[in-house]
Design a protein around this ligand. Sequence first.
Ligand code: 87F
Length: 512
Amino acid sequence: MFVKKKKVEMAGPSGKKEKVAKAGPSGGGGKKKKDVKKETGLGLSVKKDENFGEWYSEVCKHEMIEYYDISGCYILRPWSMAIWEIMQTFFDAEIKKMKVKNCYFPLFVSPGVLEKEKDHIEGFAPEVAWVTKSGKSDLEVPIAIRPTSETVMYPYYSKWIRGHRDLPLKLNQWCNVVRWEFSNPTPFIRSREFLWQEGHTAFASKEEADKEVLEILELYRRIYEEYLAVPVVKGMKSENEKFAGGLYTTSVEAFIPNTGRGVQGATSHCLGQNFAKMFEINFENEKGETEMVWQNSWAYSTRTIGVMIMTHGDDKGLILPPKVASVQVVVIPVPYKDANTQGIFDACTATVAALSEAGIRWKYSNWEMKGVPLRIEIGPRDLENDQVRTVRRDNGVKEDIPRGSLVEHVKELLEKIQANMYEVAKQKREACVEEIKTWDEFIVALNKKKLILAPWCDEEEVERDVKARTKGETGAAKTLCSPFEQPELPEGTLCFASGKPAKKWTYWGRSY
Ligand code: 87F
């Protein structure tokens, strides 16, 4: 019944189908690039526009991740973990307002429950990792490692839900999952183990479930747009691309202009009653009749961080949006010969003290290479004028600000940086959007790495056909989502691919 559809070919960070060199502890097959480094005079050896794949991997290595000696696994270093924790603090507080409670279910799945759901798991089976030994002896029964927790949690939903008073049941867990991917591992974007939150909720009515799907999707939009300064489109997944075990899937979709690829940012599913049927999750309603629950599930993962890096980084390295930067300001003393060195250091100390008091996250060092949003320099001239020099990481703009109004100015600047990063990313994305009407226009736009908005008949067979017709070196095109905000669709508009009457506007493109 719930067979996962065959995946389209996957792409690495470069957007091309490529084999990522098996990484060793030394950092993964990278060649010496000192010469190029000298050439650019910057911290990175490659430019974002020239070799996106290399660029991405180099930027990630700038203390966000470390490659590990198991392919597809990465170490999240404090610099990236801090970003995850900031998003977690926001999201966790928001779902608690919605009365969602946190819990923790085991990492291991018994083959029995996995089997119970075998129709749904079938397509995913090759990605499930198994523990088969303890020490040298074989386990009597091998144990699976959770790739997601439906089969782990729902037997207990069945046990815990009896009557209408047990509903809604709203649980979330922050955890790791393992999916043994075979195609192009990419830090944050596609790894064999990743961190996520998975929410699993059960309701008495479809209306309540429908409402929650969109509330959660709005939180995902806010994570991307308000925190990571990455513009996303909210929309509905096609029948081909939805979670096969559910009723419908909504998502937030981002777009990476450099590779011309869409990337699914997070998903919020209405599962309908499919799992309730499978796991016998029933309740007695107010009239004493037995009914099945309506369920949702939703998740966002550490992929968010990869999308942020790809969106904002430049030839100098990372650029972190102030809201998620664990260090928002670096304070740098610029002493000259014969200058009042002590005075400069005192001014730096006073500056960081003022920032700390205002809750602004600062560091007293030269960390701007790692994407710190704002740099403050204090030299002899600044000391003389009782000012500091600010340098923005996003656009390089320098400004002298009086020390008397340091904190207000810095707060304002951080807000401006956050807003500007979002605006710039949005403009870049908008410049990639192309509305097309015909197959020929579609192919031209696809080759130009566009984010394609096309009128579509919404038929599964037609999407499969588009995939087949666009299959090539760089992977097939597919639907990303049908945006909730639909442009007007004039009467008589035809589907770009089938020529049948179009039902909706849908975003198409290659994707991660
Ligand atoms: C890989 C192996 C086994 C995705 C898998 O999106 C099973 C699966 O069920 C699998 N990869 N999925 C779909 C996950 C659906 C759903 N789970 C809860 C979510 C949100 C959180």
